[in-house]
Ligand binder design. Structure first.
Ligand SMILES: C[S@@+](CC[C@H](N)C(=O)[O-])C[C@H]1O[C@@H](n2cnc3c(N)ncnc32)[C@H](O)[C@@H]1O
Length: 301
């Protein structure tokens, strides 16, 4: 059993073994710049499990009984930094161009549903931001294109016959629980302006709780982006600040999978430090001001 203050040292081959396992399980790549972080988290997990050698821990990770510990380790390795309305220019492109195009296109086809996916959603600020912007875009669209439906009172956030589903997924159960709970501190709300706070949040004690109508637009679920079977038929995928932790081979595989997860001509948003350049010929870049996104190139068979 490990004594509490004991700092174990790991050999290069032990660290390589762990890097390979983590890469195979979730695609995260720990190069020499991030090796220290990996070692630190490994130390913590060994202490938590009260184990005193790398191999006893590794044996646990690859055993059937070790599945929960493997999930915990991966959770400890993720970086969950996020915020509401992150990357304003890109969100303007989403709101004013992409949603506008999608809604008009769907209206023409009389297909009144939208499916959006926040892949790597962390604690929920990204999918709730998507929900607020989509609700805005939809009410503007419906003002210009009245459906003839009598709206119930109070007016629903998503006017019928429209349906909006936002899937928020992550590999970490603790961030999924936080997103599902949907309560945020004053500091986390810093980038949410007052009109959005009033419309979509209730002040509960020191925290802000997402209102029921907005919450109902977002469904939180576990999905590991490393796996082959990912949610299909999406109009838009946000996968921002996730691919930067993968190596190039894994990024290519993920982009290929995203292209299959999108409806024809669907949109992919990646983080401002990420790019699809040189990784695929299935998407074309679109931009407005400094906001960028990628649109799947439709193939006519
Ligand atoms: C830095 S956060 C980004 C959050 C949000 N997309 C944003 O840009 O604000 C990265 C998230 O990706 C998740 N993640 C990392 N690897 C993943 C994988 N293989 N499958 C699903 N989610 C993953 C992490 O758990 C983390 O919550």
């Amino acid at each position: 059993m490990a004594s509490p203050g004991l700092q174990l040292q790991f050999s290069e081959s032990e660290m390589r073994l762990l890097q390979t396992l983590v890469y195979q399980e979730c695609g995260m790549h720990f190069d020499s710049r991030r090796a220290h972080f990996l070692q630190d988290r490994l130390q913590r997990r060994l202490r938590e499990c009260q184990l005193d050698s790398f191999y006893s821990y590794y044996r646990l990770l690859i055993s059937n009984e070790g599945k929960a510990e493997l999930a915990k380790l991966l959770e400890n390795l993720t970086v969950n930094e996020t915020s509401f309305f992150r990357n304003k220019a890109q969100l303007d492109l989403f709101h004013k161009h992409v949603l506008d195009q999608l809604l008009r296109h769907k209206q023409e086809k009389r297909e009144f549903s939208l499916r959006l996916w926040s892949a790597g959603c962390s604690t929920g600020q990204e999918p709730y931001t998507m929900a607020m912007l989509t609700a805005d875009a939809l009410s503007y669209h419906c003002l210009r294109n009245p459906s003839g439906y009598e709206l119930p009172s109070p007016r629903p956030l998503i006017p019928p016959p429209w349906r909006v589903e936002i899937l928020a997924s992550d590999i970490s159960y603790s961030v999924l629980r936080a997103g599902q709970e949907g309560t945020y501190t004053e500091a986390q709300m810093a980038s949410v302006d007052y009109s959005y706070r009033l419309r979509h949040f209730d002040k509960v004690g020191e925290r802000y709780a997402v209102k029921k109508a907005l919450k109902e637009m977002v469904h939180f679920d576990f999905h590991n982006l490393k796996t082959e079977y990912l949610p299909q038929r999406n109009d838009v995928i946000f996968c921002r600040n996730v691919m930067m932790y993968f190596d190039e081979a894994e990024q290519k595989r993920l982009i290929e999978k995203f292209s299959r997860c999108l409806n024809a001509g669907g949109y992919l948003f990646v983080g401002h430090a990420e790019s699809l350049l040189g990784l695929t010929d299935k998407f074309t870049m679109i931009y407005r001001d400094t906001g960028t996104a990628y649109q799947q190139i439709e193939v006519n068979l």
